[in-house]
Design a protein around this ligand. Structure first.
Ligand SMILES: Nc1ncnc2c1ncn2[C@@H]1O[C@H](COP(=O)(O)OP(=O)(O)O)[C@@H](O)[C@H]1O
Ligand SMILES: [Mg+2]
Length: 243
């Protein structure tokens, strides 16, 4: 079943026609890698999936609900189930790691503090982040901040996770740690879209790739498809950026 479906998405900013009939879908439990040069509109597509940006035309479906014209109130429910891991996913500086993670739970659930604590401790444990509960973000390395930021984005246990360049600027150790977090979430059945310039990570976590060129998806396929079609656009793009 398609959990995310984008149909004929068009969007212009001023004179600039950025998206031209972009269409794709993501199946339940699948991780789709969305790639393309800078400024082709990858982040805009992710933002539109949680209603932060509306297309000029086209439709967006999340679990068979057409969310294109959803009101802000209706979008609140969607945003609980579709997490957007922001490119520069900043933590609240003045709050400890614990309070950063507790924030969405206190805001959006009626869980008792003991349940909140249980959920935070098990998530930190699962992601190898235990022992940092009382730490302030500024005391963590950039890589650790990104990992805590990712943990916070999924604390409400969404079914869908949208990753916007989660490994950008990270050292190899933290890059692998982020890949592991994404794979662990995938194992739990999350559906996801992974926007990246980091081809080794895409290869590690994605089931299928889609390449945007000149405003539309010009090539789509699995890594197996690409092996068979070495001259294909997708394979060429990825091979060209593997290092
Ligand atoms: N809110 C906005 N207002 C004006 N232009 C925007 C806005 N958001 C994105 N754009 C433009 O749309 C294009 C695609 O942006 P983006 O989705 O961020 O690209 P990327 O593929 O690098 O993530 C860029 O040219 C950007 O300048
Ligand atoms: Mg972007």
């Amino acid at each position: 079943m398609a959990i995310i479906r984008v149909e004929n998405f068009n969007k212009s900013f001023g004179e600039k026609h950025v998206h031209k009939d972009v269409s794709f879908s993501v199946q339940q439990g699948e991780c789709l890698g969305l790639i393309g040069g800078s400024g082709v509109g990858k982040s805009v597509i992710l933002k539109s999936l949680i209603g932060l940006i509306k297309p000029d035309s086209g439709r967006i479906f999340v679990k068979d609900q057409d969310i294109t014209d959803f009101s802000e109130d209706e979008l609140i429910e969607i945003r609980k189930n579709v997490a957007y891991v922001f490119q520069n996913g900043a933590l609240f500086d003045s709050m400890t790691v614990y309070d950063n993670l507790a924030y969405p739970l206190r805001e959006h659930t009626h869980l008792a503090e003991s349940e909140i604590q249980g959920r935070i401790f098990s998530l930190l444990e699962e992601f190898g982040l235990s022992g940092n509960e009382k730490t302030l973000p500024a005391e963590l390395s950039g890589g650790m901040q990104k990992r805590v930021g990712l943990a916070r984005s999924i604390i409400l246990q969404p079914e869908v996770v949208l990753y916007d360049e989660p490994t950008a600027g990270l050292d190899p150790y933290n890059t692998i740690k982020i890949q592991e977090m994404i794979l662990a979430l995938k194992k739990k059945g999350k559906t996801s879209i992974f926007v990246t310039h980091d081809m080794p990570s895409a290869r590690a976590v994605c089931d299928r790739m889609a390449l945007i060129v000149n405003g539309s998806i010009q090539a789509e396929g699995t890594f197996d498809d690409m092996k068979k079609e070495k001259d294909g656009l997708l394979n060429q793009f990825i091979e060209g950026r593997m290092n």
